[in-house]
Design a protein around this ligand. Sequence first.
Ligand SMILES: Nc1ncnc2c1ncn2[C@@H]1O[C@H](COP(=O)(O)OP(=O)(O)O)[C@@H](O)[C@H]1O
Ligand SMILES: CC(C)(COP(=O)(O)O)[C@@H](O)C(=O)NCCC(=O)O
Length: 367
Amino acid sequence: MDRREVESGRNSPESNQPAAQISRLAIDIGGSLIKMVYFSSGNDNSVDYREEKSPLAVSTALEGKLHFLKFETSKINDCLDFISSRKQLLGGWKHDDHPGSDEKFIKATGGGAYKFTNLFKEKLGITLDKEDEMDCLVTGANFLLKTVQREAFTYMDGHEEFVQIDHNDLYPYLLVNIGSGVSMIKVDGDGKYERVSGTSVGGGTFWGLGRLLTKCKSFDELLELSHRGNNRVLDMLVGDIYGGTDYSKMGLSSTTIASSFGKAISRDKELEDYKPEDISRSLLRLISNNIGQIAYLNALRFGLKRIFFGGFFIRGHAYTMDTISVAVHFWSKGEAKAMFLRHEGFLGALGAFASYEKRNLDGLLSN
Ligand SMILES: Nc1ncnc2c1ncn2[C@@H]1O[C@H](COP(=O)(O)OP(=O)(O)O)[C@@H](O)[C@H]1O
Ligand SMILES: CC(C)(COP(=O)(O)O)[C@@H](O)C(=O)NCCC(=O)O
């Protein structure tokens, strides 16, 4: 199958392939979003409008596509409807431990795998086979880094550069997953990891505070606003405190943020006097900077040079990645590097997907 056909999801109509079949559907139900990964084989022409990434071509005994979808956790019924609408295409989901049973299982991770167990059972008759969230994040990250070409990249000053991963020199690294909250995991190998830190100031904070402060209706709108904003309207810079000059003795330039939102202390202005785009920009900068700094401090704690950032907060967004990269570069004095992943938001779902095999899926993907 031609790669472009696979990636655009269009097979030729005259294809002789058998009818589409979906097997191995896995979900990661987080605090904000549900991420779904499923494998389809046969004559599957469909690309769902919810598909977040182009499908990946898969070539093992079966040819097919790996699909990546997301739903808002607050709209979990959309996810249930989607699974229900594809139920007739679903292949065997029988559990290894109960091969004789007719009960249907899907692999699920994230807190929602616990929270929504009954809902899946009652509405779809499906049992969620739970996998640990950190296990899945690590499996997903290792799988992508070892298997998918051009998965990892650096981003600085608008310049994106793919990172060639040496499989023999991948570990140890720090994995920073920025979801609703943030988990920082030291990864030493397949299944070998330790969650070394975390912070509650994460993607949920950006979207939650941002929504309250700007009245934005969606995360994408808030992110879009930040493109047009100027953080200097709200952030107090070193130069604002030092009369326009650097604090050079301490290596602080006049443009360094001395205090995020520090200018909002002004008694002359109220919330409505600030532009939503400036608020969004300052908030994005505050959160990205803070995560970049905590990530670096944890990398320093364990002598790690490579830091991979995942989670849906990043969203491939230039300013977010740039701020995180600058923070890591600044604090490490250029020693450590921030790297990003193309399938950033799907680490957990991929890990859950891989757990069907209870073994590593290296070499599964052809692209
Ligand atoms: N469409 C969206 N709706 C809500 N949040 C989004 C959306 N796209 C990106 N995000 C960001 O992604 C974060 C959730 O990331 P994710 O990795 O899915 O974490 P979780 O597993 O906690 O849901 C949100 O807190 C928000 O910052
Ligand atoms: C509890 C969580 C692992 C849940 O994952 P999430 O749904 O946010 O992706 C995460 O929100 C987290 O690590 N929060 C930070 C908790 C802390 O270490 O302070």
